[in-house]
Design a protein around this ligand. Structure first.
Ligand code: GAP
Length: 516
């Protein structure tokens, strides 16, 4: 069975993440708060390492990209200008029998996915039947059942798109009824009307007595970049094209927050807005699509774990958009979005603030509002992608089994564990000496408890790529045993070499070079 076909994979990852200090349910002693999670001692390290890889690949590796850290609270007009007050809505529908609430668009997308699965089944069947002679393209273009299903999908998509664009929620409900879509839990088809629900959290600034005003918790970090466009452009003397990168928390009152850290109400984004000359945006859109996929693939989480998904229903600000989807335990889902946002945001902020947000082009001798291509990835989703690929249950040659997190060494929370074979004869002291040397450059851990085999297994569960064992021979010739997590191979090397080897193996340099 392929790993992602294991129906319990997500459950196993959630249990492992909790048991080994990666992710805990938030405020668990009070029975938790739905769709909020806390990162534990190893989770925070993994998260920091992912963020650092993103930041370095963006800011350090690109002379024309700089960073920013804007505040979470912003002037409320920001969200009026950006369109979030009026248009950041999800179409909701309730099932009258089960009392469960769903996103109407998700119900329809799931229905389409079922028809797509039928097409794939038909293709797989024919491929088996015709063997090497099978021509998939020709089959898809001629097989009546496939053609019929493709037409069904096209018809649903165009009606669904029109309904969303025209906010025709009566027809959206009719579509759900005509497609015979049932509540996935109860099977009931007894639906309420579809209505819009704004996803922004709001709170009050100031005390009520002095006229408190309603403010929002940012639903995306991007607007902090847009309102600072001119500050950064002027003070950094930036010329088009240039980018501003930012990481930080975002908040959305998600209706169906589920699937662990995939969809949360408080999450972290890593976004980059790339400001370009109008008319060149499609070129840059393609550039960033390719660049971002290369960033993902360089980690080695699996060549086939990614696919592009071009958006049919464009957000209110975009003229082109696609997702990079990852093969999560729940199937291929959005990991990152790349959007061509035109001049929508800067123009809207110009209009609402009355301030010019333009660029003076020396060659053209005129000012204009730049266009923007955005890359936007959820740090928590990236964390789940890493865990999905890393989590392995292996049966070893001797029949025993181990659970190991094969996290890319550069992202691993702990890079090496130093283990004295015995807790006497000067071995702990020697182990601490090596630890003190290694901790100057990488995150290391000392473990002196239990049999050495158990200690190796413990490090496997948290994804430590190297274990260094100090024994009596170390005291004689200054050599140690290095044990590699993935191959479990052990080698004898000098202490000096082991330090160099580990520093080299977990260095981000090679990774950055490969995505440059
Ligand atoms: N500035 C554009 C923007 O925010 P988005 O597609 O809504 O676009 C970008 O979000 C990324 O943020 C997504 O690809 C996803 O990785 C992450 N994301 C969005 N909502 C999320 C949620 N509720 N929980 C976790 N991650 C989320």
């Amino acid at each position: 069975m392929a790993k992602n076909d294991d129906p319990n994979l997500l459950k196993k990852i959630i249990a492992h993440a909790k048991e080994y200090g990666f992710v805990f349910p938030s405020s668990e002693i009070y029975d938790g708060l739905s769709a909020t999670y806390d990162y534990g001692q190893y989770g925070v390290e993994l998260k920091n390492n992912i963020r650092s890889y993103w930041w370095k690949a963006m800011v350090q590796m690109n002379e024309n990209i700089v960073g920013l850290d804007a505040s979470i609270f912003m002037h409320p007009t920001t969200w009026k200008a950006s369109g979030h007050v009026d248009a950041f809505n999800d179409p909701l529908i309730d099932n009258k029998d089960s009392k469960k609430r769903y996103r109407a668009d998700v119900l329809i997308e799931d229905h389409i996915a079922k028809i797509e699965a039928k097409i794939n089944k038909e293709v797989d069947k024919a491929a088996k039947k015709f063997g090497n002679d099978f021509d998939e393209k020709q089959f898809k273009e001629t097989n009546p059942r496939v053609l019929d299903n493709v037409k069904k999908i096209d018809d649903i998509n165009s009606r669904f798109k029109r309904d969303l664009e025209e906010e025709d929620f009566d027809d959206l409900k009719l579509l759900i009824e005509e497609l015979g879509i049932a509540d996935p839990i109860s099977g009931s088809k007894n639906w309420t009307e579809v209505r819009q629900f704004n996803l922004m959290f709001s709170t009050e600034l100031g005390s009520l007595a002095d006229g408190a005003s309603k403010i929002y918790l940012r639903p995306e970090t991007a607007q902090g970049i847009f309102v600072n466009y001119l500050n950064v452009q002027k003070t950094g003397r930036m010329k088009l094209p240039f980018g501003i990168a930012q990481t930080g928390k975002a908040f959305r009152n998600e209706i169906i927050a589920r699937q662990f850290i995939f969809r949360m109400r408080e999450f972290e984004q890593m976004e980059m807005q790339f400001f370009v000359k109008p008319g060149t945006e499609m070129e840059w859109y393609e550039h960033w699509k390719a660049k971002r996929l290369a960033w993902h693939k360089a980690l080695g989480l699996g060549e086939d774990s990614y696919r592009y998904h071009d958006h049919l229903n464009l957000a209110h600000y975009a003229n082109a958009a696609c997702d990079i989807e990852f093969d999560f335990p729940m199937g291929f889902k959005e990991l990152e979005g790349i959007h061509s946002r035109t001049d929508f945001d800067l123009k809207a902020h110009e209009e609402y603030s009355g301030k010019k947000l333009q660029f003076f082009d020396n060659e053209e001798e005129k000012s204009y509002v730049p266009y923007v291509v955005e890359t936007s990835i959820g740090l928590d989703r990236m964390f789940l992608a890493v865990l999905t690929s890393a989590f392995q249950e292996e049966t070893l040659e001797d029949g025993s089994s181990r659970t190991v997190l094969k996290i890319p060494p550069v992202l691993a929370p702990i890079k090496a564990a130093v283990l004295p074979l015995l807790n006497k004869d000067g071995l702990p002291e020697k182990a601490h000496e090596i630890l003190d040397e290694l901790k100057m450059s990488v995150n290391v851990q000392y473990d002196g408890k239990d049999a050495i085999g158990r200690r190796y297994r413990r490090q496997d569960t948290i994804g430590t790529p190297y274990c260094i064992t100090v024994d009596h021979q170390t005291l004689e010739d200054n050599t140690v045993t290095i044990r590699e997590r993935d191959s479990m191979e052990q080698r004898r090397v000098s202490v000096k070499d082991v330090v160099n080897e580990i520093e080299e193996a977990v260095s981000i340099k090679a990774l950055l070079r490969s995505v440059n």
